[in-house]
Design a protein around this ligand. Structure first.
Ligand code: AHG
Ligand code: MN
Ligand code: MN
Length: 337
């Protein structure tokens, strides 16, 4: 029997993780399994987006002022409906919804909180460029009853798990419960996520930088000096770096996690706190990159230590290979000299 094919499904992997915790009740496993179902339902729509009337935008804007696209709305509703009745959650919060998402009174209340970006990279939907979903899971901090804002506004280091999916040339689900980062690729013929990237580790230093250089005239001096440094011609330090920017955070993040490098969305004259949200984007990906050996900061402070004061609070984000993020922080510290 060939021992090269590891037929490890996401479900089996979750069960193995549960067995490793003797006191586990299966509650957490059920939550993750429901999440995988939600993601498959989104994949099904994304994979035929061009054929259905779910491209384009709705007439709405979300709390961050972004235009809500039809697929944003579909993904948002799909996740909420798939997760509301399992009895695992006391509340949810979504990038696409102003306030807390309560569990309907006719469903059981659980001990976890789910925060999510239902569709990341929405501006790329109509161009068939990779998009994804991002999830963060916390244990509730209030004793019982419906979850509150207090249960959601926790620092990222309190996450018990984080995950993201990419709906691209293939669909991949990457998750971490604190015991390694593991990637599963969807086999559409059987509808199963199969282990394809076990214990992902990011290189200590890369040769890729990802940033929207269209904003460079609005950057501060330290940021400009860092990007010029990366373009310098010095082979021993691996420079010049290659510039790669897809415009879907989750796709840029995944490529840099695999190859090494740094993704940046700094603050600038028009984005004083950057563009990306602490709860739905920065903290889940920071949890994952740290468990893969990388680093994530706002340019000086560790992302996972940031305590959001509101659901949609933004932060500058520098995330990826440890050496690259530290070098960026050094330039930002030095500023204009
Ligand atoms: P979302 O689609 O969830 O609003 O996220 C979009 C984000 C992120 O995916 C991407 O890195 C960034 O916006 C791109 O912003 P710019 O177009 O300003 O570069
Ligand atoms: Mn996003
Ligand atoms: Mn989004």
């Amino acid at each position: 029997m060939s021992d090269t094919i590891q037929l490890m499904t996401l479900g089996h992997h979750i069960e193995e993780g549960e067995r490793a915790h003797p006191g586990a009740t299966g509650d957490f496993s059920g939550l993750l399994s429901n999440l995988a179902i939600a993601v498959k339902l989104i994949w099904r729509e994304v994979s035929k987006a061009g054929l259905l009337d779910i491209l384009g935008t709705t007439q709405k804007e979300n709390s961050s002022g972004d235009k809500v696209r039809k697929l944003d709305e579909f993904a948002d509703e799909t996740i909420y409906k798939a997760m509301q009745r399992g009895g695992h959650l006391c509340a949810m919060a979504s990038e696409e919804n102003e306030g807390l998402l309560a569990i309907p009174p006719n469903y059981p209340i659980g001990k976890y909180v789910l925060v999510y970006d239902p569709l990341d990279g929405s501006s790329n939907i109509d161009a068939n460029v990779s998009i994804g979903s991002i999830f963060g899971i916390y244990r509730r901090v209030t004793p019982a009853g419906p979850g509150t804002l207090q249960d959601c506004l926790q620092p990222g280091y309190k996450q018990v798990a984080a995950a993201y999916t990419i709906y691209g040339s293939s669909t991949i689900f990457v998750y971490c419960t604190g015991n390694g980062v593991h990637g599963f690729t969807l086999d559409p013929s059987v509808g199963e996520f199969l282990l394809s990237h076990e214990n992902m580790r990011t290189p200590r230093q890369g040769r890729i930088y990802s940033v929207n250089e269209g904003n460079s005239s609005k950057w501060n001096e330290g940021m400009r000096n860092y990007i010029e440094f990366l373009k310098g011609d010095d082979e021993p330090t691996g420079r010049p770096y290659s510039s790669r920017y897809i415009g879907s955070l989750v796709a840029d993040f995944h490529r840099n996690l695999l190859y090494g490098g740094i993704f940046m969305y700094p603050s600038d004259a028009t984005h004083p706190y950057g563009k990306l949200r602490i709860l739905y984007e920065a903290s889940p990906l920071a949890f994952i990159i740290e468990h893969a050996g990388g680093r994530a900061s706002d340019g000086s402070r560790r992302i996972l230590d940031l305590v959001p004061s509101s659901l949609h609070q933004k932060t500058p984000l520098f995330i990826g290979s440890e050496e690259d993020v530290r070098k960026a922080e050094e330039f930002l510290r030095k500023g204009g000299d």
